[in-house]
Design a binder for this molecule. Sequence first.
Ligand SMILES: Cc1cc2nc3c(=O)[nH]c(=O)nc-3n(C[C@H](O)[C@H](O)[C@H](O)COP(=O)(O)O)c2cc1C
Length: 172
Amino acid sequence: MEFYDLIKTRESIRDYDPDKPVCEEVLKRILEAGRLAPSASNRQPWTFVLVSSNKKLKETGECYPKNWFKQAPHILVLVGDKSKSWVRSYDGYNSIETDLAIAMDHLILAAENEGVSTCWIIAYDYEKLARAIGLKENELIYCITPLGYPHDGFKKRGHKIRKPLEEVVRRI
Ligand SMILES: Cc1cc2nc3c(=O)[nH]c(=O)nc-3n(C[C@H](O)[C@H](O)[C@H](O)COP(=O)(O)O)c2cc1C
């Protein structure tokens, strides 16, 4: 899809058909887009945990109380390791959240380009999710998204609800 059309038409989708899994080649292309994302000092302090097995989907589904979430055939969990990300020497600022957000954006836009629906989610039960995915020491979860396709007949909202450009741009 043309890049600006993709930006305009991507939406957070809250409708997933459990019987429509994403095929392996498409999953790989999406994950590859995350792998190629930039990060401070090229540290790549991330792991993309792809949940697809029924057992783990059930456990992961318990971490966010929405039925549409529990129906997704895949859940992608973005995990970062703060000890591996870049730290600014002047003040100790750690780039981990920025790095992980960029990776997530790459993954979500790549998914959209493949016709795969996503919804960036952070309002999950962190502890439950950490247990469900077997989070390792030093690792933190930054965000998750379902990956899948809506039920037949689902229609996107079709327009963006955003502040006007004049309100968000300051030219000096
Ligand atoms: C950092 C971040 C966290 C979000 N967390 C949630 C969430 O927990 N649950 C949810 O349903 N949507 C979540 N969203 C989706 C936003 O509500 C959505 O992106 C926003 O309303 C704009 O809509 P659009 O993505 O359809 O353009 C999140 C988005 C971002 C960027």
